[in-house]
Design a binder for this molecule. Structure first.
Ligand code: F6P
Length: 241
């Protein structure tokens, strides 16, 4: 695991942005794994600016998002579908049929999970997976206790995760109780993983990722076992290292 310490959030976004563009420019059909949440927003802004400056084309890029809430319409402003369209896809000329998110409104969610796995395999697996870090160590929506052998599946969201995400909703009651997420094994099959960690609030979680015991009780600790992981973290997040 490599730790790249940067000064602040702006620098974090730029560093990961450069890595994404390098990957996109190097491969014929790059497959990116994308994340939502606050942390990757700066990365997406950076990519939009580079696209506008004609430094990169997303014409041949395929993307797979980590997760989606269960029960929200695609157009719901809190769905990850909406987030990705607004914050990235509609600005970068990527063909819509090359951007995948799990369908949290599928009639048969278990079948959707199996199909999502198939689509990733058909695309040739993920070349570069972007991850954020939950305060409880979740990656994607894989909450503490999720087996390391999990594939894409339906999860019951932790109360702490619902509370952390309530800031985007009118009230806590509106936050869905379930989500569909890539599994930990699915994530670990990515060729390369970049974990983004910003802010003092994540310092304790980052310490456990880097120095803690590898345990299903702290899902992100599994990254210690991957042979191509880069953590990009700002000074505030590195405070306890
Ligand atoms: O970047 P944030 O907003 O701190 O979120 C961290 C993680 O939590 C989630 O938002 C889910 O709760 C993930 O999508 C994200 O990776």
């Amino acid at each position: 695991m490599e730790l790249m310490k940067v000064r602040n959030y702006g620098e974090l976004s730029e560093r990961v942005g450069e890595m994404v563009i390098e990957k996109v420019n190097a491969l014929e059909k790059p497959v990116l794994g994308l994340a939502t949440g606050s942390t990757p927003e700066g990365l997406y802004e950076y990519l939009i600016n580079q696209y506008k400056a004609e430094k990169v084309s997303f014409e041949h890029v395929v993307t797979f998002n980590l997760d989606e809430y269960v029960g929200l319409e695609k157009e719901d402003i809190n769905s990850y579908n909406y987030y990705m369209n607004e914050k990235l896809f509609k600005h970068i000329g990527i063909p819509a049929h090359q951007t995948y998110l799990p369908n949290g409104n599928a009639l048969d969610l278990n079948e959707e999970a199996i199909n999502y796995e198939k689509r990733i395999k058909q695309a040739g697996n993920i070349d570069l997976q972007i991850l954020g870090l939950g305060l409880n160590g979740h990656i994607g929506f894989n909450e503490p206790g999720t087996p390391f052998t999990s594939r894409t599946h339906i999860v019951q969201l932790d109360e702490s995760t619902r509370q952390a995400n309530a800031r985007f909703f009118i009230s806590l009651d509106e936050v869905p109780t379930q989500a569909i997420t890539m599994g930990i094994e699915t994530i670990m099959e990515s060729e390369q993983i970049v974990l983004l960690v910003s802010g003092e609030g994540k310092a304790g979680a980052l310490k456990r990722v880097v120095n803690g015991e590898v345990s299903e009780e702290f899902p992100a600790s599994i990254l210690q076992k991957h042979n191509n992981v880069i953590i990009i973290a700002d000074e505030a997040a590195c405070k306890l290292l």
